[in-house]
Write a protein that binds this ligand. Structure first.
Ligand code: 2P0
Length: 323
């Protein structure tokens, strides 16, 4: 099946818009068990399952209306229609709604974009929510997630709140993971806001084809998911943090051992913060970290420790209590 038929199997017909202008918001999500590598690029199906937590207030706000021609702005800057970003956005919207309809899309991100802070997830999730509202499709969150995944795999996870599993053995469907946590926090240490040289899409393809450690990554991540799932249900912060941190470092290890050292995302400042997390933990502060496709480090901690974490980490720019 190609992606066009896949979308039509979820959304058989488009119809005409029910609204003139819609405004929606979709949050970013942070994976505790990372997705890294696609087995099917056409249908955007990952090699491994992933488990994330969806944020509440950090993400992408999108305004969408019909227009005479396709127009895109990101953070109030008009995007060049010959750019890769422009094409990626409108290929996705036309795949869902057909080629005849033209859109004006205005997005605002309250996080730095393209620096490993998962903004493509919130952007593509917001596009699906926006067309769903504009045309009155009445898609379920599960169907929205399947469509969003075609734009960017991690976007599928942003359409559910709290802890979310994307199961690669079940059409990469997403489901909520019920949990006893009520004070789980994610903090952000912005090491760099530069756009990364290697996008996650290219870098994960390269890892799949070139890393001798890719098979090991798949085994590690399968084990980590099996172990973390019941711990999330039970709200065991220390063990969840431990597995999330080792999962992220295993993903970066599979990238580090490539021939091209430029593909490694961590900078010396990222490594310094990771080391500091580990030292503070040895000294009794329950804090862990995770890192995505960029140098920025995310801290995982409990709200009861916010004062200690904030004073120990002046590097933390902002945080959210996510559940
Ligand atoms: C994740 N990342 O699970 C992993 C961990 C980055 C590291 O999903 O090609 O933007 O659009 O599916 O989803 C970032 O990759 O890549 C990502 P595509 P995506 O959050």
């Amino acid at each position: 099946m190609n992606r066009k038929d896949y979308i039509r199997s979820i959304l058989p017909s488009v119809g005409s818009p029910k609204e003139d202008l819609v405004e929606v918001f979709a949050p970013i999500n942070i994976a505790l068990i990372k997705y890294w590598g696609k087995k099917d690029r056409e249908l955007m199906l990952p090699y491994n399952s992933s488990l994330s937590v969806t944020l509440k207030n950090l993400g992408t706000k999108t305004k969408l209306c019909l227009s005479d021609k396709d127009m895109l702005s990101i953070n109030s800057q008009i995007v060049d229609e010959d750019s890769e970003k422009f094409n990626k956005v409108f290929q996705f919207l036309h795949l869902i709604c057909g080629d005849d309809v033209k859109f004006r899309v205005d997005t605002e991100n309250n996080i730095p974009i393209a620096s490993g802070l998962a903004s493509s997830a919130s952007a593509f999730a917001s596009f699906v929510l926006a067309v769903n509202a504009l045309f009155g499709f009445n898609l379920t969150p599960e169907d929205c997630a399947k469509i969003a995944r075609i734009g960017s795999v991690s976007a599928g996870r942003s359409l559910h709140p709290g802890f979310v599993l994307m199961n690669h053995e079940n059409d990469s469907a997403v489901t909520n993971v019920l949990s006893k946590f009520n004070d789980f926090c994610v903090g952000f240490c912005i090491v760099s806001e530069e756009e990364k040289k290697y996008k996650s899409r290219d870098n994960m393809d390269y890892t799949v084809s070139s890393s001798v450690f890719y098979e090991s990554w798949l085994q590690i991540t399968k084990r980590d998911l099996q172990e973390i799932y019941p711990l999330i249900e039970n709200g065991d912060f220390y063990q969840v943090g431990k597995i999330a941190e080792r999962n992220a470092l295993s993903m970066h290890a599979s990238i580090a051992m490539l021939n091209e050292e430029d593909r490694f995302y961590l900078k010396s400042e990222s490594l310094r913060i990771i080391k500091k997390v580990q030292t503070l933990r040895d000294n009794g502060l329950p804090v862990f970290c995770t890192v995505d496709a960029g140098p920025n480090v995310k801290l995982l901690f409990q709200y009861k420790d916010i004062a200690s974490v904030a004073s120990a980490f002046p590097e933390m720019n902002f945080y959210e209590k996510v559940v």
